[in-house]
Design a protein around this ligand. Structure first.
Ligand SMILES: *Cc1c(COP(=O)(O)O)cnc(C)c1O
Length: 410
């Protein structure tokens, strides 16, 4: 979204027109930005045979999956239904990394039937997998490198108290199970969390993996997960992907020489690809001055975008109806019947009832985490592509709230 000649645009489409045409609340995604982010990663890691597996959980609309597929992405699924969405969008099974955590083993069996790449993250399942498939179907192993990193405890996945991955200190057990069942381990995987800007965290993780790899002679890839950080507000530190790409691909090349074979380098970005491409458009329902603050109430809430309440995330908010108005302080809140603040003490161009506000960075973990809490309906999604706005998901209707409920004749 950018300000041009006194109005906000996404590509050549006016943001105010989008709100008028499709109504609010409305999720809008910029296809150009998504592709730009995807291509930058490919470029940054071009020093290796890189495969970018888009993390579906960030934003799982099938049109977004098709867009990324068309530009050469693979997919990273954490549930069997995410994998199904990817298959539906046209990804080949062999392009889909399946990394569930604490899912039922039957999901792994189903994933094998579908032909997906299997990533195992506990010793018990590794044993089950070995007993069932032996060397007939390969699997990758998710390791926990015991590194504390990430923007928030709830999204840190690679530390010693995390439920994710098999501890690197359990390597002897892993190796024993692999030998016992003659398992074909085709990949090693780590994912230490989200919002990691320090290249050193990734490089340290890489060193740990390289050190373990000699125990696994059949590797085809090493998957470094994700966690690449983007800016949510001015001055935010972000992952310098070019610096990281250069350093990581260099040490990867050195590792491959020692390993004796060229492997593929995989990454699984979600947030980096779609966060900044998304905007949630909401309408100001009420401006409510109180003795302490002036609230701006909007027709959306934590049911549509939970990140501020769930992770204390900052999302920039812009009054697109009044781009040049004088600045005042507001606290922007949702319509849910509990505290659901989108942004506290924000300086914004003067807001009037009916004004359209744009909540930025609404591409990743926003729609995909939306719910029907308070019996509110989920909004429509629009993709702006080639300067045209296309509806890619209809807003829910009242009937959706009743769908699946069983009338027992009361
Ligand atoms: C969530 C997740 C990702 C994506 O993380 P981002 O911070 O959105 O890039 C990648 N891999 C796995 C296994 C994940 O669970």
């Amino acid at each position: 979204m950018e300000l041009r000649d006194g109005s906000y645009f996404i590509q050549n489409v006016s943001v105010i027109d989008l709100a008028e045409q499709f109504g609010t609340p409305l999720y809008v995604y910029d296809a150009e930005k998504i592709i730009h982010q995807f291509k930058s990663l490919k470029m940054a890691f071009s020093g290796a045979d890189v495969k970018v597996k888009y993390a579906i959980k960030a934003l799982s609309n099938v049109s977004i999956l098709k867009l990324l597929k068309r530009h050469g992405a693979g997919a990273d699924a954490v549930s069997i239904h995410e994998a199904r969405l990817a298959l539906h969008a046209g990804f080949a099974p062999s392009e889909i990394m399946f990394s569930p955590n604490c899912a039922d083993f039957s999901e792994i069996e189903e994933a094998v039937k579908l032909g997906l790449i299997i990533n195992i993250d506990n010793l018990s399942f590794l044993k089950k997998f070995g007993a069932q498939y032996r060397s007939s179907y390969p699997c990758s192993i998710r390791l926990n490198p015991h590194i504390m990193a990430g923007g928030h405890y709830k999204i840190s996945t690679g530390h010693s108290n995390s439920k994710f991955g098999i501890s690197i200190y359990q390597l002897p057990q892993i190796v024993e199970i692999v030998r016992q069942y003659n398992i074909n381990v085709n990949g090693l995987h780590v994912h230490t969390g989200s919002d990691i800007y320090e290249a050193d965290v990734f490089l340290k993780m890489a060193e740990i993996l390289f050190g373990l790899a000699s125990d696994f002679p059949d590797l085809k890839f090493i998957d470094f997960g994700s966690g690449f950080k983007v800016a949510y507000q001015e001055g935010d530190l972000v992952t310098n992907i070019y610096d990281l790409g250069l350093k990581l691909t260099q040490s990867f090349a050195e590792f491959c020489r020692q390993y004796g074979r060229k492997l593929e380098l995989w990454i699984e970005p979600g947030k980096f690809i779609v966060s900044e491409a998304g905007t949630l458009l909401v309408k100001t329902t009420v401006v409510k001055p109180t003795p302490s603050v002036t609230f701006v109430g909007v027709n959306s809430g934590l049911n549509h975008l939970i990140r501020p309440m769930m992770y204390d995330a900052y999302h920039h908010i812009v009054n697109v109806s009044n781009p040049s108005g004088s600045q005042k302080m507001y606290t922007v809140v949702g319509y849910i019947c509990e505290t659901d603040t989108f942004g506290a003490d924000r300086k914004m161009n003067e807001v009037q009832e009916g004004d359209i506000l744009a909540i930025r960075n609404a591409g990743a973990y926003c729609y995909s985490m939306a719910s029907n809490y308070n019996s509110r309906l989920r909004p429509a999604e629009v993709l702006v592509i080639n300067n045209e706005a296309k509806l890619i998901r209809e807003a829910e209707t009242f009937e959706d709230l009743l769908k699946g409920q069983v009338d027992i004749g009361l």
